[in-house]
Design a protein around this ligand. Structure first.
Ligand code: GLY
Length: 423
């Protein structure tokens, strides 16, 4: 099955079970100002979990489902390995209390909880012919009790006890997004050793102080990474071979079949992510969201430049629009997206070319961790070569920028900042 079919199947499955299908919100979070960029499907629903908004009034049901555009900044430097992405889509179903029924056969509109959430996830995956390897439940920690209910539901569904792992707050507790918000223990589903579906039982509200308050009504917030799901359905080697990266991947490989795999993954992820960020109205700058976009555009340019592909960005943007334009209408603004990327590439071109030359000249390969911190600082202050780019170049040479290197860089940077400010 392809991703278009799965999109439809997923939304239809939950629509049939009383959920209202809600379009993805923007990557600029409207209802969650405590974070820069939308990172999860539940963000547009935060106020329904807290009862500041009434789901019945707005949706006619206490159940919603969506496929949400997400972007996680924490993963930027990790992109290039087999599984990390910055931009991804997340399939989710949500229940906003009070819980009227927790019977999976009830296709009504009331709130539901653990039994329905788990049974439906199981049924959906089962319908796709996927075999669950193992699941995990919250083991109980720091005044939050062990989730025996989820354990028993999984057992009833036929999952071997030995395959129901019990983990603590580190692994099986999700949220909040930003400084405060709904959060709670989770039960997670693994297929082919990949965590595919995270089912969160939003029973708490974490305050800014870190204090957990019980929510008036418990809610359900599930998140299933679309790329990971497609990987297990299409049985590809990594997420990058799923059809969610087509036709972009094929177009790039047609131009140059010899791109190294790590570089190809960075190009795939960053091209797609940039197109989505710009289409939601984010522009490159040195501040907040704009800076996130600038970082990925520069990293993208570094990789394209390595293969003389920078002037093929038009073909790449068009490939992303071809795949997603009918799903996300604002992606159709090709001219604007091209203009923003091209302008950023042009303004970075000289700095990148000069920086690359200087990097080759200064970095010998035998530096100590401290020396690397000093040298990257010099490349940054004297030639404007961003640390991100230098770090990526080190990776290409299989050299490590360690905690110690980073400490030296940051110390010099701080001193430099103070001097610049006072002069
Ligand atoms: N809100 C659930 C998740 O992001 O995994």
């Amino acid at each position: 099955m392809n991703s278009e079919e799965i999109r439809k199947e997923f939304l239809a499955f939950f629509e049939k079970r009383g959920h209202k299908v809600i379009a993805s919100s923007s990557l600029i979070p409207g209802d969650d100002p405590s974070v820069l960029i939308t990172t999860a499907g539940m963000q547009q629903f935060k106020k329904y979990f807290t009862r500041e908004k009434d789901p019945i009034k707005d949706f006619g049901t206490q159940r919603t489902t969506s496929i949400q555009k997400c972007f996680r900044t924490t993963d930027i430097e990790e992109v290039g390995d087999e599984r990390h992405l910055t931009f991804f889509e997340m399939l989710g179903n949500f229940s906003f209390g009070p819980v009227g029924s927790d019977d999976p056969k009830d296709f009504g509109v009331s709130g539901y909880f653990k039994r329905s959430a788990i049974c439906w996830a199981y049924e959906f995956l089962n319908n796709l012919g996927l075999k669950i390897d193992f699941v995990s439940v919250f083991k109980g920690e720091k005044n939050i009790p062990y989730d025996s209910e989820s354990f028993n539901i999984w057992k009833e569904l036929g999952i071997d006890e030995k395959k129901i792992m019990k983990f603590g707050r580190e692994d099986n507790f999700w949220g909040p997004t930003g400084e405060e918000g709904p959060c709670g223990p989770t039960t997670e589903i693994y297929i082919d050793n990949i965590e595919v579906w995270n089912i969160v039982f939003n029973e708490y509200y974490q305050e800014k102080s870190g204090n957990l308050k019980k929510l008036e009504f418990p809610g359900v917030d599930t998140g299933m990474g679309f790329e990971r799901l497609m990987k297990v359905i299409q049985k590809t080697a990594t997420v990058f071979e799923t059809d969610l990266f087509e036709p972009l991947r094929t177009r790039i490989l047609e131009i140059n079949p010899n791109i190294q795999v790590r570089d190809l993954r960075i190009i795939l992820d960053h091209t797609r992510a940039s197109v989505f960020l710009i289409s939601d109205g984010i522009y490159p700058s040195n501040l907040e969201r704009g800076y996130v976009l600038r970082r990925i555009l520069r990293r993208l340019m570094l990789k394209l430049n390595k293969y003389n592909l920078t002037d093929k960005i038009d073909i790449m943007i068009k490939a992303v629009i071809e795949k997603f334009g009918n799903i996300y209408n604002n992606l159709k603004n090709y001219d604007k997206i091209y203009e923003v990327i091209n302008k950023e590439f042009k303004s970075f071109e000289r700095t990148l070319k000069r920086g690359l030359k200087m990097f080759e000249k200064y970095i010998k390969g035998n530096e100590t961790e401290e020396e690397l911190g000093e040298k990257l600082f010099l490349l940054f202050t004297s030639f404007g070569l961003p640390l991100d780019i230098s770090k990526e170049l080190l990776k290409e040479k299989e050299m490590k920028f360690t905690e110690i290197s980073n400490h030296v860089f940051s110390k010099l940077f701080e001193e430099h900042r103070k001097i610049s400010k006072s002069s």
